[in-house]
Design a protein around this ligand. Structure first.
Ligand code: ZN
Length: 286
């Protein structure tokens, strides 16, 4: 999520101090190798656990296509990247085509991009009001302006913003090492930049019944639109092709487990639907 966080510097440094050698969180991120523990398949299994209300994480089976990509190695073919670009709507399609051969981010120590992190924006926030009925066509919900105009931070908070219609705005080109999790910004620090790309999908929130804190909110069901699953799949193939490897898919919450005030996004992310769109796009001719 993208809301402004008022953590003090004191808390930030307190988090960074203890147990420097210890792995971070349930998926055991190593500060040395900047990698979660295990094989790509084991990492994806941990990072793609279902994030339920209150950030309760539940194991779930990976779609066969993701199991295949995590075990076979390799990278998307040129045809698969072309099919992904063809699936993008304009103007992002032309933008992506322009950078199709460009390198992607790496860390300051030269470690390559490895993780594709899915978020939900948790914006607009409706407090105790109902969600608008025409959520997927609502101009306020799908407006990119707040992500562009410093409503949340001086710079766009993620690489990509994907609204419910399937339109895409790039806040940072994938070449730019950027951070959007507490693991990167508050625990490991600038060394972690460049290891992950961040995709914000537009999904509003409102308070859970009786709640008064932003820690207790829920998104609509279904959370993501078909267009969002389709474009997430296209973005995943496109940036994996540029990285020269199948990136490991992850979610903001599973990256930040055990870190205080970790965000609970993405909510209502249906891994099966993501897998279905991925399968479909990988088979489609460019
Ligand atoms: Zn997030």
């Amino acid at each position: 999520m993208v809301r402004r966080i008022f953590l003090t510097l004191i808390l930030g440094s307190a988090l960074a101090l203890p147990a420097l050698a210890e792995d971070i969180g349930e998926c055991r991120f190593s500060r040395e190798t900047l990698t979660f523990a295990g094989t790509p398949l084991e990492q994806a299994t941990c990072l793609l656990r279902k994030v339920e209300l209150g950030a309760v994480r539940k194991a779930q089976p990976l779609p066969p296509v993701i199991v295949r990509l995590m075990t076979q190695g390799g990278a998307p073919s040129a045809d698969q990247q072309a099919a992904a670009i063809a699936a993008f709507p304009e103007p992002y399609r032309s933008y992506a085509a322009q950078y199709a051969q460009a390198p992607v981010s790496q860390t300051e120590e030269g470690l390559p991009l490895l993780y594709f992190v899915i978020h939900d924006t948790s914006h607009p926030f409706y407090k105790h009001d109902r969600f608008p009925q025409n959520l997927n066509r609502n101009l306020t919900v799908n407006d990119f302006t707040p992500y562009m105009n410093q409503t949340f931070a001086k710079a766009p908070v993620a690489h990509i913003f994907l609204n419910r219609v399937g339109q895409i705005w790039a806040g940072h080109e994938f070449q730019e090492p950027w951070r959007a999790t507490k693991l990167e910004s508050r625990v490991v620090g600038s060394r972690a930049r460049g290891r992950m790309v961040h995709i914000e999908t537009v999904q509003p929130r409102r308070f859970l019944p009786g709640a008064t804190s932003r820690a207790f909110t829920h998104g609509p069901r279904p959370g993501f639109t078909k267009q969002q699953y389709r474009q997430l799949a296209a973005l995943y193939i496109y940036v994996s092709a540029r990285a020269g490897r199948w990136l490991i898919p992850a979610q903001h919450n599973t990256v930040d487990t055990t870190i205080p005030d970790a965000h609970d996004d993405p909510q209502n992310f249906d891994l099966k639907q993501f897998g279905k769109e991925l399968e479909r796009l990988l088979k489609s001719p460019a």
